[in-house]
Ligand binder design. Structure first.
Ligand code: NAD
Length: 452
């Protein structure tokens, strides 16, 4: 099949590359000339495990092309996937201008029957708006508009696309349904379901899924906070809860709040849709505010430890991306902490295996950038762990202790064994486990207030 993907970011590039991998002829279009130049040279502009190999293979096979020319990109195409950004506006609603502007461009270019598929995460009713724009200029038998939300996770996006838990397709057109089935058949060989529904339900499904996952995270963060207050251990509670098959083990890890380009924006967009429709989505309001509070929790612990002032302190940070295996720093908790540390006069030194370039673009020379995780520990008063990259799982603690001016770790991802670190002489604070320090056992340490 001839397929065009418009928007070649995290979703568009993975979608285009994986669709080429199963033998389709794919053209990816983007307005970013540097990105397209880089892709035409077989280089990936983002870090995503496994992507570069498939990308190079399909460019060589002639299945995958990149262009900035929309007209050229959609000539002879059967299906157009829209993988354009839908960032949040001031009021939390999704900015649809990218999507709608491209739709206006398409009306002059579509000449034969084309299925237009929304891969972007869009509020309910967006498919109707796209259809209205197209209908104003084109005969109705020239197009169908389908909702096909993307559920891939950055960091394992290729695996998620090639072997999805499910594929959701929202359309009432049989012709479009047949085409979508043909495209996705190679990805559901293990009987993972393709779920067909109406377009509006499909649009809501994406928001409901992400909002539910965000809810689980905020819920567990609150459980962790209450565990700290009552001297219980969230790790044990998590295991006790997760063994219940109705609950399940995944997404029960507490931390320093969710980030990324999806959860924060999708929660806000669903809240906005609810309020636009006269509904007060109370749980989501709390999910959002709990998350904002949780992003500050480690800073509070650090301030409590240093009697309220980190002026002149040297703070090292491991991990900057919003989660491991990606260079994406959008809404990353690390950035909230960095802003606060800088504001309070600390010297901040950072290391991340993949996200340093993106962070340097924002902070320039306000930060010191390490060439490895140990270099930034030299003379540091504290180490903060913001992302659970595997490189940080079993570090050389003795070496770290020698490098640091004091052996103090604030771990936002609960990576280490409390007893082991204690026996090595570290002060170690984490999230919701009985680490002693947060309970004010060590003399001179302030008790942590959980009020945000
Ligand atoms: N990133 C994820 O993990 C993820 C997962 C599921 C769904 N989504 C959704 O998918 C959509 C895209 O997200 P993303 O993370 O890939 O965004 P992104 O910002 O990484 O990529 C968007 C791309 O669109 C390009 N673009 C902007 N205007 C254009 C135009 N007029 N023509 C052609 N290209 C244009 C940009 O240059 C950019 O390369 C969003 O709605 C997002 O919510 C994202």
């Amino acid at each position: 099949m001839q397929i065009t993907v418009i928007g070649t970011g995290y979703v568009g590039l993975v979608t285009g590359t994986c669709l080429a991998e199963t033998g389709n002829q794919v053209v990816c279009v983007d307005i970013d000339e540097n990105k397209i130049m880089c892709l035409n040279n077989g280089e990936t502009p983002i870090y995503e495990p496994g992507l570069e190999t498939i990308l190079k293979r399909n460019i060589q096979l002639g299945n995958l092309q990149f262009t900035t020319n929309l007209k050229e990109g959609i000539s002879n195409t059967d299906v157009i996937f829209l993988a354009l950004p839908t960032p949040p506006k001031e009021d939390g609603s999704a900015d649809l201008s990218y999507l709608l502007n491209v739709t206006h461009e398409l009306v002059n270019l579509i000449q034969s029957y084309t299925v237009i598929v929304t891969k972007s995460t869009v509020p309910v009713g967006t498919g109707d708006r796209i259809e209205d724009i197209l209908s104003d200029h084109l005969e109705s038998d020239l197009f169908d508009v389908v909702s096909n939300p993307e559920f891939l996770r950055e960091g394992c996006a290729i695996e998620d696309f090639m072997r999805p838990d499910r594929i959701v397709i929202g359309t009432s057109s049989n012709e479009a349904k047949e085409i979508m089935m043909k495209i996705y058949r190679p990805y559901v060989r293990q009987n993972n379901p393709i779920i067909y529904m109406d377009r509006r339900s499909s649009e809501i499904t994406k928001y409901a899924s992400n909002s539910y996952l965000a809810t689980r995270i905020s819920f567990m963060n609150e459980v962790a906070n209450i565990c700290e207050a009552v001297d219980a251990d969230v790790d044990l509670v998590r295991m006790g809860m997760g063994s219940d098959s109705r609950i399940g083990k995944r997404f029960l890890f507490p931390g320093i709040g969710y980030g990324g380009s999806c959860f924060p924006k999708d929660v806000k967009a669903l809240l906005n849709t609810a309020s636009q429709n006269g509904y007060d989505f109370q749980i989501l309001d709390s999910v959002n505010s709990v998350n904002s509070g949780q992003k500050k929790i480690l800073t509070k612990k650090i301030l409590a430890h240093f009697n309220g002032s980190i002026q002149g302190k040297s703070i090292a940070m491991w991990g900057l991306s919003f989660k491991p295996n990606t260079d994406d720093i959008r809404e990353a908790p690390a950035l909230v902490m960095i802003d606060e540390f800088i504001k309070r006069g600390a010297h901040v030194k950072v290391f991340d295996p993949e996200a340093m370039i993106n962070v340097r673009r924002i902070y320039g020379n306000k930060l010191i950038y390490g060439i490895n995780q140990y270099e930034i520990l030299e003379g540091s008063d504290a180490l903060v762990i913001a992302t659970e990259w595997s490189n940080f799982r079993t570090p050389d603690f003795r070496y770290m202790k020698n490098l640091m001016s004091q052996p103090l770790i604030f771990d936002g991802r609960n990576m280490y064994d409390i007893e082991e670190l204690k026996s090595l002489g570290f002060n170690y604070e984490c999230i919701g486990r009985n680490s002693g320090l947060t309970l004010g056992i060590n003399q001179g340490h302030h008790k942590l207030s959980l009020a945000s």
